[in-house]
Design a protein around this ligand. Structure first.
Ligand SMILES: Cc1cc2nc3c(=O)[nH]c(=O)nc-3n(C[C@H](O)[C@H](O)[C@H](O)COP(=O)(O)OP(=O)(O)OC[C@H]3O[C@@H](n4cnc5c(N)ncnc54)[C@H](O)[C@@H]3O)c2cc1C
Length: 299
């Protein structure tokens, strides 16, 4: 998210300095939008960037920042007198403190941190896009983040299916291997159906992205919404099918179960996706919505 926004909106010098390192994996960037009191409602951020000499002084707290413990570069959203603004800030600047967050339910390898800024000075060139265009930068980045979360959920669905097909072929109860029980087959068929539906939704959103079609925004919301909800349900069923084995913290399905829940919260929660999808349906009208839903079937 940060590198794509750097590529799109940062100045030439910043792009030259950071993009090759990010692309090579030598530099890590973090996306710093959420604050303790500003989550789903990103427009309510209170972190400030006050003019100071040839730059700005940053003050405020960002929380639950993925990669925040190790990031070299921070894409920070702060309020100037022109409104929310996106700034690229080197993480080793004076006035930045990072506090690790390591007690999360899932995605425990995300190296989350709370990032605190106190009188942190950055030059004017830190602003990307223009002052006051921060929400445009944030929503553009979130569209990409949402797409990767949806595709990540396809991975969770696939991994759950793989684990369950394998386990139910080996474990016997009631005189038969689990896979011979009809109720087990019902759960497996549900996993196959959810996985194939979600793969198609992601593919459709991705094709619209490749074509530069603005319909990709709602198509991505739909893919993310369905994918995260399916991942929670399917990962719960996967733990169910593995019984006590699935409840161990070392079982892969228990990790999928914990990670799936996170997918319903990050990059816009399930409820926020629902609001955005309905808003677009009413704003566009049904015929204009056709590219989003894949056209009207000849049938
Ligand atoms: C593992 C993890 C990694 C994260 N990484 C990052 C990161 O890298 N960068 C970053 O900036 N943030 C990150 N976040 C924060 C994440 O973006 C927020 O958690 C998310 O935006 C939701 O905000 P919140 O947690 O404050 O919940 P809130 O916004 O307080 O929402 C609480 C509940 O209310 C519901 N709700 C909120 N508004 C409405 C509404 N209008 N209508 C109906 N229901 C509503 C929500 O759906 C949710 O169920 C991360 C979070 C997690 C858990």
């Amino acid at each position: 998210m940060a590198s794509m926004m750097t590529a799109r909106w940062a100045g030439e010098q910043t792009r030259r300095e950071w993009l090759p390192r990010m692309a090579a994996g030598d530099a890590v960037a973090a996306f710093c939008l959420t604050e303790p009191e500003a989550g789903s409602d990103a427009a309510s951020i209170t972190m400030t960037a006050r003019r100071s000499g040839e730059g700005y002084l940053l003050d405020g707290i960002k929380r639950w920042i993925t990669g925040g413990q190790i990031a070299d570069l921070l894409l920070v959203f702060a309020r100037t007198e022109r409104g929310p603004t996106a700034l690229l800030v080197e993480a080793d600047r004076a006035g930045i403190e990072r506090i690790p967050i390591d007690d999360m339910l899932g995605t425990r390898a995300s190296l989350l941190a709370e990032v605190r800024f106190r009188d942190c000075w950055v030059p004017r060139s830190a602003v990307i896009a223009t002052e006051g265009a921060g929400l445009l930068v944030a929503t553009t980045a979130l569209d990409l983040g949402r797409y990767s979360v949806a595709c990540g959920c396809v991975g969770i669905l696939q991994a759950c299916l793989d684990a369950c097909v394998s386990y139910t072929a080996k474990r016997s109860q009631g005189g038969a291997v689990l896979r011979e029980h009809q109720l087990v087959r019902r759960l497996i068929s549900e996993m196959v159906a959810q996985l194939s539906a979600e793969r198609l939704l992601c593919r459709h959103a991705g094709e619209l992205k490749d074509q530069g079609d603005p319909a990709t925004v709602t198509a991505t919301c739909i893919a993310k919404y369905v994918a995260a909800s399916s991942a929670v349900r399917v990962a719960g069923d996967a733990v169910q099918l593995l019984g006590a084995h699935g409840c161990s913290t070392s079982a892969s399905v228990s990790r999928y179960f914990r990670d799936a829940k996170i997918m319903e919260i990050i990059e816009g929660s399930t409820q926020i996706q629902q609001l955005m999808i309905a808003e677009d349906a009413y704003r566009r009208g049904v015929d204009e919505l056709l590219p989003v839903v894949g056209g009207r079937s000849a049938a």
